[in-house]
Design a protein around this ligand. Structure first.
Ligand SMILES: Nc1nc2c(ncn2[C@@H]2O[C@H](COP(=O)(O)OP(=O)(O)OP(=O)(O)O)[C@@H](O)[C@H]2O)c(=O)[nH]1
Ligand SMILES: Nc1nc2c(ncn2[C@@H]2O[C@H](COP(=O)(O)OP(=O)(O)OP(=O)(O)O)[C@@H](O)[C@H]2O)c(=O)[nH]1
Ligand SMILES: [Mg+2]
Ligand SMILES: [Mg+2]
Ligand SMILES: [Zn+2]
Ligand SMILES: [Zn+2]
Lengths: 211, 211
């Protein structure tokens, strides 16, 4: 319990600093391969012209995700946990040192691909978002409820593959709303673009709110 | 480190008991929604006539997976970790008390959906297997190497969806072999049946080896 206490204290300090700098910070989570990096690639393409975005990438090993984000022209830093299953505030604090924080509107932290413990560790973020891909199955909200309870928005990704799955979108949406009545549930396809406008508007609203 | 030490001691004792009973035990892992339960449903349908199989299901919450396995007629017990991100030997030991272990040939333990820490906790198994679905992306072996290093077999599932993904099967296979040269890499479709014969033969060989 002490670990969470220390983590929360540091996260609170970071959150205060982000508030002073008027930067909206999002903690982006989801299973391995749910589409978090693809979502960020599409988001950077659409929004880099109207807001200044930096990305912190979290993975066990490799800089594969940061390389993809860097190719979009955004500030990016890769955290390697060397086997750790989630990011914590200390790792993010260290990564922030490689970013130029002045003049930023949005920082997105892509957490380690894991539908379990990342939801328990605050990183100083203003909000959490979870990406659930339809190919994972519609039972995930009920089986991994904490992630959905903590997330302000649930992006149901890869809707282009819906015709090839048994994913029940109304049921999954209802389950998420049962777990977290205030959550926004956004069906999207990060590769085909379906529903992405609603996601971009959600981000625009949050960034404006911090200005 | 002490936690792993205690866990390993218990796991070793269980492994010895399984050896005495001549039961082959498999620890089945993979991301949430990679297809572990679907694989077991298809495996039970194909092999229940020739070998006596029990399944231990591990999830944070719900008995959804055990209910699916129970409908196949196999002995099954559901472990709920109440938020824990992996199974450990103590949880499995407790679950074993609800199974009739006499006359079993095979026990499959479906671990919590998580590509990270389950690979670190021995459960008394003879071997580990990892299910990677093509919809998760071909970068997973390099990004989550421990899981592939520990697994004797990597099942590349949902090959029926290959035409709709950018998954590079030869590259993923090469990466797995680089991480774990002795691993068997089996492309399968748990729902369509492609490649499943090779998987069934792999299991037959292991069960016979324990007889
Ligand atoms: N069909 C389809 N595929 C998608 C979509 N979004 C992502 N993908 C594919 O899903 C795979 C995984 O995408 P990533 O963006 O790397 O997933 P991730 O969540 O960042 O994965 P990790 O960082 O390893 O946890 C890739 O092959 C993507 O091309 C989508 O909307 N539709
Ligand atoms: N197209 C296709 N879908 C599959 C295949 N195998 C599983 N699925 C689907 O993938 C989704 C998840 O399957 P599950 O078997 O529940 O996955 P799991 O790994 O047991 O999930 P957790 O226990 O929650 O970690 C379901 O919608 C299945 O129908 C396959 O070979 N092809
Ligand atoms: Mg990623
Ligand atoms: Mg399952
Ligand atoms: Zn963790
Ligand atoms: Zn764990």
């Amino acid at each position: 319990q002490d670990i969470l206490g220390k983590n929360d204290a540091l996260a609170d300090a970071m959150k205060a600093d982000f508030a002073a700098r008027r930067i909206f910070v999002l903690n982006l989570m989801g299973s391995p391969g749910s589409g978090k990096t693809t979502l960020m690639e599409a988001t950077l393409c659409a929004l880099s012209g109207e807001m200044r975005i930096a990305v912190i990438e979290g993975d066990l090993f490799t800089s594969k995700d940061a390389d993809r984000i860097g190719a979009c022209g955004a500030q990016v830093v890769q955290i390697n946990t060397a086997g750790g299953c989630h990011l914590d505030a200390a790792m993010v604090e260290k990564a922030l040192q490689s970013l130029k924080l002045d003049d930023l509107d949005l920082i997105v932290i892509e957490n380690v691909g894991n539908l379990v413990c990342p939801a328990e560790f605050a990183l100083g973020e203003d909000a959490k978002a979870v990406v659930l891909s339809v190919t994972e199955g519609d039972d995930k909200p009920m089986k991994y409820p904490l992630m959905f309870k903590e997330s302000a928005v649930a992006l149901i990704n890869k809707t282009d593959l819906l015709p090839f799955t048994n994913f029940d979108l109304p049921q999954a949406t209802e389950d998420i709303k049962t777990i977290h009545p205030g959550a926004a549930v956004l069906p999207i396809s990060a590769t085909k673009g379906d529903g992405m406008d609603v996601w971009f508007d959600w981000l625009r609203g949050k960034v404006k709110g911090k200005r």
